[in-house]
Write a protein that binds this ligand. Structure first.
Ligand SMILES: Cc1ncc(COP(=O)(O)O)c(C=O)c1O
Length: 392
């Protein structure tokens, strides 16, 4: 039989992909067409909160697929109504808009802040974002991001953003002007290499936004839905943001994202925002199943304990191989290597049967499923040790 790889030239060349074709996933494990299995600590870049093909999501999708796939975003459907209510109940927000990707949710957050500025702040529209931030790949989300080199990629860039330094409150204060409407940040900068916002910085931002009449937007596309420990990472800090975006883990592998806002800020009117697939019942049913699992008794506590096991293991590997800092919380961690060996180590790990992400040449990122067992964490750590031994 001809390998489907023969067709790869028909795919646009947007990523360096290894030669394996992955055909099946089960929990923490991913299987290739040759029957080889890999412990997957990428999980679609922190998408599969419950691992591959989780039974509650599969069941919810099957039931919903046989009932109603899509009606119209201009008609009510029960899963979207229930999901919106559940998200509000579990968070500090009052209203939700559903979309399909993280970038799209952030696009909505930017529009909402701009509209609020038009209505309440005399047309203020500028949003302060941060160096090394990642908010997605639409043009507005790219302009909001601080990924080095992105400014020059698809000129002209979208105006309306100013860039401050992460964890530096003064750098934010300096940028605030009459046109500033909001500050937008990831509570933990994931793509930058798992850099958490300091508690003092986050609380200072909330205070500053209150004093200067600005909105605080948290992009929890990566950190939300239990990834860093609590259901939402802003809950680490004891603050209440005005706007939050979710994606990735929310659908447990199914493309759904959400924009949440407090009543004070939620000012969209019919026609302001929409999309063909926004809030369709199929993806909302999947997200409801994910939330039900994440909020089951002891689920997040167990994930936290197993995340600590992972962190302890990473710290001891760091000592053994004379590597650098271990950063993160919950099931989102990074290991600094102190040298540019991350791509080599990720390749060696794949050979050993462990899928890892190297967001930077000097840093590895770990995103196991939240329901990883202690035994799976131990297995991953010993496969990682094998890979590290090659490049110590
Ligand atoms: C913090 C954050 N925001 C937004 C996005 C973009 O999400 P998506 O790729 O679903 O558009 C990502 C993706 O990695 C992310 O980590």
């Amino acid at each position: 039989m001809n390998s489907p790889l023969l067709h790869r030239h028909h795919l646009m060349n947007t990523a360096h992909r290894p030669a394996q074709i992955f055909i099946r996933g089960e929990g923490a494990w991913l299987y290739d067409a040759e029957g080889r299995r890999y412990l997957d600590w990428m999980q679609g870049w922190a998408v599969n909160a419950l691992g591959h093909a989780p039974a509650p999501v599969a069941a919810a999708l099957a039931a919903q697929a046989g009932t109603l796939l899509t009606a119209s975003p201009a008609l009510h459907n029960a899963p979207a109504l229930e999901l919106a209510a559940r998200l509000c109940q579990l968070s500090d927000f009052d209203q939700v808009f559903f979309a399909s990707s993280g970038a799209e949710a952030n696009e909505g957050a930017i529009k909402l802040a701009r509209k609020w500025g038009r209505l309440h702040r005399a047309g203020a529209h500028q949003i302060i974002t941060f160096g090394r931030a990642f908010h997605g790949r639409t043009l507005a989300a790219m302009a909001a991001s601080g990924k080095p080199g992105w400014d020059a990629l698809f000129p002209p860039g979208m105006p309306g953003f100013a860039r401050a330094e992460f964890n530096n409150l003064e750098s934010v204060e300096r940028l605030i002007g009459p046109r500033t409407v909001a500050v937008m940040l990831e509570p933990v900068q994931g793509e930058a290499g798992v850099i958490p916002a300091d508690a003092e910085f986050m609380r200072g931002l909330r205070q500053l936004c209150d004093q200067r009449g600005l909105l605080l937007i948290v992009d929890e596309v990566q950190t939300g839905c239990g990834r860093t420990g609590p259901l939402f990472a802003y809950q680490h800090y004891g603050i209440r943001p005005d706007i939050m975006t979710l994606g990735k883990g929310l659908g447990g592998g199914v493309p759904i994202s959400a924009l949440l806002a407090t009543d004070r800020v939620s000012c969209f009117e019919p026609g302001d925002q929409g999309g063909t697939y926004c809030g369709n019942p199929l993806v909302c049913a999947a997200a409801l199943a994910v939330l039900e699992t994440l909020t089951a008794p002891a689920f997040l506590e167990t994930a936290w304990r197993h995340g600590e096991l992972l962190a302890d293991g990473l710290r001891s590997l760091s000592r053994e191989f004379a590597l650098g800092e271990v950063r993160g919380s919950g099931m989102l961690w990074a290991l600094e290597l102190g040298r540019n060996t991350a791509p080599l180590i990720a390749a060696a790990a794949m050979d050993a049967g462990l899928l890892l992400n190297a967001p930077h040449p000097h840093c590895l990122r770990f995103m196991p499923p939240l329901n990883s067992s202690a035994a799976e964490i131990e297995t991953g750590l010993s496969l990682l040790a094998e890979a590290l031994a090659h490049y110590a």
